[in-house]
Write a protein that binds this ligand. Structure first.
Ligand code: PHE
Ligand code: ZN
Length: 873
């Protein structure tokens, strides 16, 4: 670390500079003697020159925060002149033979590791996190994913403190040692990149189950948690078993070890990690009880458990050649987990949620200073590229590919991909080639989706010739410039569509149009009257659609057979009305509830119980951010005022119907987590949310009652959210009561922080600042940081963008403080400040000033430096 502001920027890594590794590692024999302050790691590596690489004179080993104890080559100590320390903490070793054994011993300090990368302590237990570049914080190694080796790992620790010793692969012996210590050995038969290495050691208990693969392998499943949490693992275990069965049925992919272990940890930078045979999970994605977890939490658990499990084939058996290929495993695995969840029940509602998320996180990223292709061309800090673009847009690209090659072609493509590349580290190009070869569909142009950043804009015009009965759809596309990519080429856009007649019935002509050029006409014959086009059914491509009239949108919201288009048209319709109200608000004209919007709410309520989950989604107004994104210059205050006005006006107008639904939908009997029960709760709480804004205070009384009597966290939290937004005297009592009841439960306490951070009240920033000083706040716990600082900056636009600029200052101060503790979490918090170009000049200047202030800090990490400097550009 330097002590002055960076004078020389950290180096940029480029995809085009990729070279194969000069040396390969066949076997790794690791020995970890665990100790909180001084863990000793011995590594024995079998190395050989890579015949496919350019000859190199030196062996390059990565290393970071390692204290070298000894280094031997083929049994002999290496003379110091052959070992050159690198500025980044690695080592260059000169004059090595073609094949040799390297033995190193290093010392590391898990208790000093607040980065949570490498080996660290959490609640007295040891965990590792190696993706992307954490293994180099454990031992000297060519820490890159295209070096795949077989690992044997021996862990040694104090038996009382660490009764449980886990690593990758299958168990291979254990025993006692003097001084109250013991050991265990694990052998992983599958070659793997270092980023999939893991060790977990400590005082954990197992919840056990088993799964028999279809070829008859009996797999011992275990979820390792702290004592007292055993009762909260059922949903995770059930999700795991369903995932294992689904991957067999859908892709013929079976699990390949005798054990599958999951360990849960409270301090974790991300959601979870797919280490071979030993997944490590943020407790947030394992633990759930009806009293402590919401329906959204249950859904998150199913998503993440399945995601990590599916990585066993898409990521682990076939891995990435380099980190530019990250979406090879992430985009594909997100696609797989989305498909899995859709297959579990409510496919349509699942799709709405996924699209909502893509639009909320990925579209702004793709329009902002950090915009990058699904396969980036360069990075400074790879941790900054675990993005919505690599994950969510990457999944959309796989989904489109499936639409192009067909379901059967896609399955053949997956089979070929795995047959060709099992145990290899490959590229996105290899994946596309396998899909193309197996299906016979030319994907040459389609590959542009991987190379081009930015969200394509799809425009529609239509015309009808009554004399001939010919209907013409004209589709055109363009992609706005992004940093480093001023010019864009057209991309193939699959547009799943249908035509709806004036009577609301489907007309012939439904199918998939493939827009490949900048503009194309598509004609339909034999229509008696002009239909309304239903476009992008199921959101068949991640693009922004425009060109439909308000009237057409309103019609589709009522009549389309495709639930996605029905929902989306309603949302677009609402956006248009909200933008009109924003104009009224700015001109200080009185605001009125638009009758068209009221009519569509009424229509939704008439059919509310047809599909409660869908109704809940459709009743929810577009988010403030989504509305702001449709404006040339954002106006967070006006958008907030308009949205709050509408919520109150709708709540008041339909108070009677909301109250009836709210009462009717109350949960009776035991809590259930199936789609139907979750849909009922979602609708019930959507009604409560409107009632909470309605005149008369009846909603607040209902919220208070629901808060006091709610039998599950979904209902309790929905009620608390209503109270937290209010000035009701019940607010303080509810917040205090909630804290008192749940102060021992980290994950519930996170909700308590987040709810206050996202409150619409004008004093929210003051409250958030006070909460930073709360005894339960901890800058070293990423979940807590996300719950308070992240929720405020990314989840409360009107307060974050407060005209005073205090929100910006608070976030900058937080980033600076965090950068000294956990640079990955710090860099992730920068995002909202990077959106300054979207704001008015005054706010933009305030935001830039805060970014500049961060940049001046001495010793800024390269990750935070990259985010801040790119945000300023
Ligand atoms: N690879 C993990 C996943 O997608 C995410 C992750 C990245 C976790 C980096 C930790 C560190 O499931
Ligand atoms: Zn993943």
């Amino acid at each position: 670390m330097t002590t002055t502001a960076r004078t020389n920027p950290p180096p940029t890594i480029r995809r085009e500079d990729y070279r194969p590794p000069a040396f390969l590692v066949d076997e790794v024999d690791l020995h970890l003697a665990l100790h909180p302050a001084a863990t000793r790691v011995k590594a024995r590596l079998d190395l050989r020159r890579n015949p496919a690489a350019e000859p190199a004179t030196a062996l390059e080993l990565d290393g970071e925060a390692l204290k070298l104890v000894s280094l031997r080559l083929d049994g002999a100590a290496l003379p110091p002149e052959r070992v050159r320390p690198r500025a980044d903490g690695g080592l260059s070793i000169d004059g090595v033979p073609d094949r040799f054994v390297l033995e190193s011993e290093v010392e590391i300090s898990p208790e000093a590791n607040s980065e949570l990368s490498g080996l660290y302590l959490s609640g007295g237990n040891y965990f590792t996190q190696c993706e992307a570049e954490g293994f180099r914080r454990i031992t000297f190694f060519p820490d890159r994913p295209d070096v795949m080796a077989r690992y044997t790992t021996t862990i040694e620790a104090d038996r009382a403190a660490c009764p449980v010793l886990l690593s990758n692969g299958n168990p291979d012996g254990a025993g006692d040692l003097p001084d109250g210590r013991h050991w265990a050995r694990w052998v992983d038969p599958h070659p793997k990149p270092s980023y999939l290495f893991a060790v977990v050691a400590g005082d954990l208990v197992a919840v056990r189950d088993s799964f028999t693969t279809r070829s008859g392998r009996e797999v011992a499943l275990a979820i390792w948690v702290r004592q007292g949490d055993e009762d909260a693992c059922g949903h995770a275990m059930d999700s795991l078993k369903r995932s294992m069965a689904w991957d067999e049925e859908t892709y013929g992919l079976e699990y390949d070890l005798d054990v599958f272990n999951i360990a849960a940890v409270s301090d974790f930078n991300m959601g979870a990690m797919e280490n071979k045979g030993l997944n490590v999970f943020n407790t947030k994605y394992i633990l759930a009880r009806p009293e402590t977890a919401t329906d959204a939490d249950y859904e998150g658990i199913e998503t993440v458990v399945s995601h990590e499990y599916f990585h066993n084939w898409t990521g682990n058996r076939v891995t990435c050649r380099d980190w530019f290929q990250l979406s090879l495993k992430e985009g594909l695995t997100v696609f797989r987990d989305q498909h899995f969840t859709a297959d579990q029940g409510s496919a349509a509602v699942k799709r709405l949620a996924d699209v909502r998320r893509l639009r909320a996180a990925q579209f702004p990223e793709d329009a902002g200073p950090m915009a990058h292709p699904v396969r980036p061309d360069s990075y400074v800090e790879i941790n900054n590229f675990y993005t919505a673009t690599v994950y969510q847009k990457g999944a959309e690209v796989v989904r489109m590919m499936r639409a192009l090659v067909g379901e059967a072609g896609f399955r053949k493509g997956m089979d070929l991909y795995i047959a060709r590349h099992d145990n290899q580290a490959v590229t996105i190009e290899d994946f596309a080639q396998a899909m193309q070869d197996a299906s016979g569909v030319d994907l040459t142009r389609f590959r542009r989706w991987y190379a081009q950043a930015g969200t394509p804009e799809l425009r529609v015009r239509d015309s009808f010739d009554a004399a001939t009965g010919r209907y013409t759809l004209t589709l055109s596309q363009s992609t706005p410039p992004t940093p480093g990519q001023p010019e864009k080429l057209p991309v193939p856009i699959p547009v799943r569509m249908g035509l709806i007649g004036a009577d609301g019935a489907e007309r012939p002509g439904a199918g998939v149009l493939l827009l490949e050029e900048a503009e194309q006409d598509f004609t339909f014959e034999g229509l008696e009257a002009k239909p309304v086009p239903s476009l992008l059914r199921g959101f068949s491509a991640p693009v922004k659609l425009s060109g439909l009239s308000l009237e057409q949108l309103g019609f589709l919201a009522r009549h389309d057979t495709d639930p996605f288009v029905r929902w989306d048209s309603g949302q677009q319709y609402a956006v248009a009305e909200m933008l009109r109200l924003v104009e009224d608000f700015r001109a200080q004209r009185p605001l009125d509830l638009p009758e068209g919007l009221a009519a569509s709410i009424a229509a939704l309520l008439d059919r509310a119980m047809d599909d409660p989950a869908f109704t809940a989604e459709a009743l929810t107004l577009p988010s403030e951010d989504f509305v702001s994104d449709q404006m040339p210059v954002a106006d967070p205050e006006a958008v907030h005022a308009v949205r709050q006005f509408l919520r109150a006006a709708i709540g008041t107008r339909f108070a009677g119907r909301f109250a009836v639904l709210h009462a009717e939908l109350a949960d009776h009997g035991p809590y259930r987590i199936d789609g139907a029960a979750m849909g009922r709760r979602a609708l019930r709480n959507a009604c409560l949310s409107y009632l909470g804004q309605a005149e008369g205070g009846e909603g607040l009384r209902r919220a208070e009652a629901q808060f006091n009597t709610g039998g599950n966290m979904t209902d309790v939290l929905a009620a608390l959210r209503v109270l937290a937004d209010s000035d009701s005297p019940a607010r303080e009592a509810a917040l205090a009561g909630f804290h008192g009841r749940w102060k021992q439960h980290d994950l519930v306490l996170d909700k308590w922080f987040a709810i206050q951070a996202m409150s619409a009240r004008a004093d929210t920033l003051q409250q958030v600042k006070a909460l930073v000083g709360h005894l339960d706040f901890d800058l070293r716990n990423p979940n807590r940081v996300r719950a308070l600082i992240g929720a405020f900056a990314a989840g409360n636009p009107s307060q974050f963008h407060h005209a005073s600029g205090e929100g910006y200052r608070f976030l900058a101060d937080s980033v600076i403080a965090l950068d000294a503790v956990n640079t990955q979490v710090a860099a992730r918090m920068v995002g909202p400040l990077g959106q300054w170009k979207r704001q008015d000049a005054r706010r933009g200047a305030l935001m830039r000033a805060e970014l500049a202030r961060i940049l001046e800090r001495p010793g800024l990490s390269k990750g935070t430096f990259e985010k801040v400097s790119k945000s300023l550009a």
